[in-house]
Write a new protein. Structure first.
Length: 301
């Protein structure tokens, strides 16, 4: 079967004759959600310990002891547990489908790309890409909602509709999810893992369980309106004005209304909501969800 993810053995040495690698150990620790500075701190400690002992490989038990000395028992136990789960995740004979939802400007693409890198998943796409593709096939007269941004889709509805922002967004979402389901079916047929991000991944409107895959779904949100608005300024800066700050800022009320709707749906459906006021913490929380989901799946299976 085609390799679903780019996998590397846990770099403690001994596997397939490979020596210990502090760089790869740090990467594995970061993949579990450990901040990069702390990950390299433990990796350097492990390297020094091996050099003192004249060894080429390290046991997980010894790494645990070093982690306790570096961080304390509670944090060390949590990190080593996640490392074990990461190893078992690679052994699962299933593709991973990671669904990252949330309103415009909540950091979905950044988190999705980082999680894909940490999990070795090479297929990353967005519901915006699906919508853009559908625009090429369906005219505005036939399917008007997909020809607007998600927070402007209400313009395709009757002006008398008091909730036309959310209703327009839902019209668009129902159309886009047809293409999303086709994309998911395709990767499942091929046996590949995929990270899919987008505002249209509304909890309850897309399956939380898919036979033959490990599905992990969560929603990103930003509670503080000023912090949310700052994300649009950053996007404007990094894209050279392609995604203009003023346009999003002028629509922040509608964007926040859609966020409230998505978060409400997530809470009703039992889908985790991750506050993304700190990107490192959000990525760590997302990785924890993936590993916990893998652990539960393994126990049920």
């Amino acid at each position: 079967m085609t390799e679903r993810r780019h996998r590397e053995p846990l770099p403690l040495g001994g596997d397939n004759g490979l020596p210990f690698s502090k760089g790869l150990l740090a990467r594995a620790l970061i993949a579990t959600g450990v901040p990069s500075a702390r990950a390299y701190e433990l990796a350097l400690t492990a390297q020094a310990d091996l050099a003192a002992a004249g060894g080429r490989s390290m046991s997980m038990e010894r790494l645990h002891e070093l982690a306790v000395g570096t961080w304390g028992e509670e944090e060390a136990a949590a990190v080593v547990r996640r490392l074990r789960l990461l190893r078992r995740l690679d052994d699962l004979d299933l593709p991973i489908i990671l669904l990252v939802g949330g309103a415009t400007g909540t950091g979905k693409s950044t988190v999705a790309t980082e999680i894909a890198y940490r999990l070795g998943i090479t297929r990353v796409t967005s519901t915006d890409f699906v919508r853009q593709t559908m625009r090429a096939f369906f005219s505005q007269d036939f399917m008007p909602s997909i020809h607007y941004s998600s927070f402007e889709a209400g313009l395709a509805r009757d002006e008398d509709d008091p909730d036309r922002v959310v209703h327009g967004f839902l019209d668009q979402t129902r159309n886009v999810l047809v293409g999303v389901r086709a994309a998911v079916d395709r990767v499942l047929q091929e046996g590949w893992s995929m990270v899919l991000e987008g505002i249209h991944l509304v909890p309850g409107m897309i399956p939380a369980e898919i036979e033959g895959a490990l599905v992990v779904q969560f929603v990103l949100a930003i509670d503080d309106v000023e912090a949310h608005a700052s994300h649009f300024w950053l996007r404007d800066t990094t894209t050279g004005g392609v995604r203009a700050f003023d346009r999003y800022l002028d629509s922040i009320g509608d964007i926040r209304a859609i966020q409230d709707y998505i978060v409400g749906r997530a809470e009703k459906a039992g889908v985790p909501v991750i506050e993304n006021s700190n990107i490192e913490a959000a990525i760590g929380g997302a990785m924890e969800l993936v590993l916990e989901r893998a652990e539960r799946f393994e126990k049920v299976g």
